[in-house]
Design a binder for this molecule. Structure first.
Ligand SMILES: [Zn+2]
Length: 319
């Protein structure tokens, strides 16, 4: 989990991009009692109201948009959040579109920036090609999500969705994208394991292992296993420990995996990943960095297991 307090302390929020018409049903325009606190979220100089939507949401270079304001992102973000919740009181399903400050930051470790960076890395590793796969990072109650059906290597911070973990309502929803179909599965990792991030790839190594193994993937006595956590105990696994990752069956729609994913997470408390047959893998960790390390270590072991199988070498070392 990224510590945004340290990030925001060195960061300036983005000024508004463009201002368009007031959002339908917005509490700022319809309820004077809410308008005061809501509109305080915006710097006076911005001329932008939190109850207005962007006419377009075209992604712009991040750095160009994040200069020129002296306000603190911490306070701005917290006020934007209050504003959104104030509006949601008027309509639970209402989504505030104009919350760019949630995803615009100069800091490279801001979740929105990390998602973009990781998508490019994962694309280059062949893990999220053809819009497949996804990534999410959580910072306390804020869950940052890459959008659905987007070329992962081209994602920009303004393309990122933000959801409240507590209410599971969107705090930010880009107009021209759909939420990731992986979202309910990511939420399982957050709510069942208190994860700080979750990575979903369509790695061919993962797919191959689901064809070579039955109910679970198993491997032991490989040095790279030491990068993975025991979870049910403190610390990481030992070289000679056996890594076990459950395999669930694929479904036509990604969101329909939720029940079987939750079942696997419950039945394998020591697992930090679940493989999906002929599909890919979900990997999570207590922080975004640990999730990244686990995903890399597991993919290394999956690739090695495929090669061991090809050579007729058991993946679990026999005594
Ligand atoms: Zn998938």
């Amino acid at each position: 989990m990224v510590n945004l307090k340290s990030i925001f302390s060195n960061t300036s929020p983005a000024p508004p991009l463009r201002v368009a018409s007031p959002k339908k049903g917005c509490s700022c325009s319809s309820k004077k009692s809410k308008s005061d606190s809501c509109c305080k979220a915006e710097p006076k100089s911005s001329g932008k109201s939190c109850c207005k939507t962007e006419s377009t949401m075209a992604s712009k270079p991040l750095m160009a948009e994040t200069t020129g304001s002296s306000s603190s992102s911490t306070s701005l973000n917290s006020e934007v959040k209050l504003c959104c919740r104030g509006s949601s009181e008027a309509n639970e399903d209402e989504v505030i579109q104009d919350t760019d400050a949630l995803v615009l930051s100069k800091h490279p470790d801001h979740p929105a920036n990390l998602i973009c960076e990781f998508c490019r890395i994962f694309y280059n590793n062949g893990w999220v090609t053809g819009t497949g796969g996804g990534i999410t990072i959580r910072d306390n109650d804020y869950v940052y999500l890459a959008p659905s059906g987007v070329q992962k290597e081209r994602i920009q911070p303004l393309d990122i969705f933000v959801m409240s973990l507590e209410t599971q309502k969107y705090l930010r929803k880009p107009l021209h994208y759909k939420p990731s179909a992986c979202t309910p599965l990511f939420m399982a990792a957050y709510t069942m394991r208190n994860a700080g991030a979750c990575i979903h790839t369509h790695s061919q190594n993962a797919v191959m292992c689901t064809l070579l193994f039955d109910k679970v993937f198993e491997i032991s006595s490989i040095e790279q296993i030491k990068a993975l956590p025991k979870i049910v105990e403190q610390g990481n696994m030992w070289y000679s420990d056996k890594l076990v990752i459950p395999i669930i069956e694929n479904t036509e729609k990604e969101e329909d995996l939720e029940a079987s994913l939750r079942k696997a997470i419950a039945e394998y408390p020591a697992a930090t990943a679940v493989l999906v047959r002929r599909h890919g893998i979900y990997v999570w960790g207590e922080t975004v960095w640990k999730a990244k390390i686990y995903n890399e270590a597991i993919d290394y072991l999956l690739e090695l297991a495929v090669k061991m199988k090809q050579m007729g070498i058991p993946t679990v070392k026999l005594d």
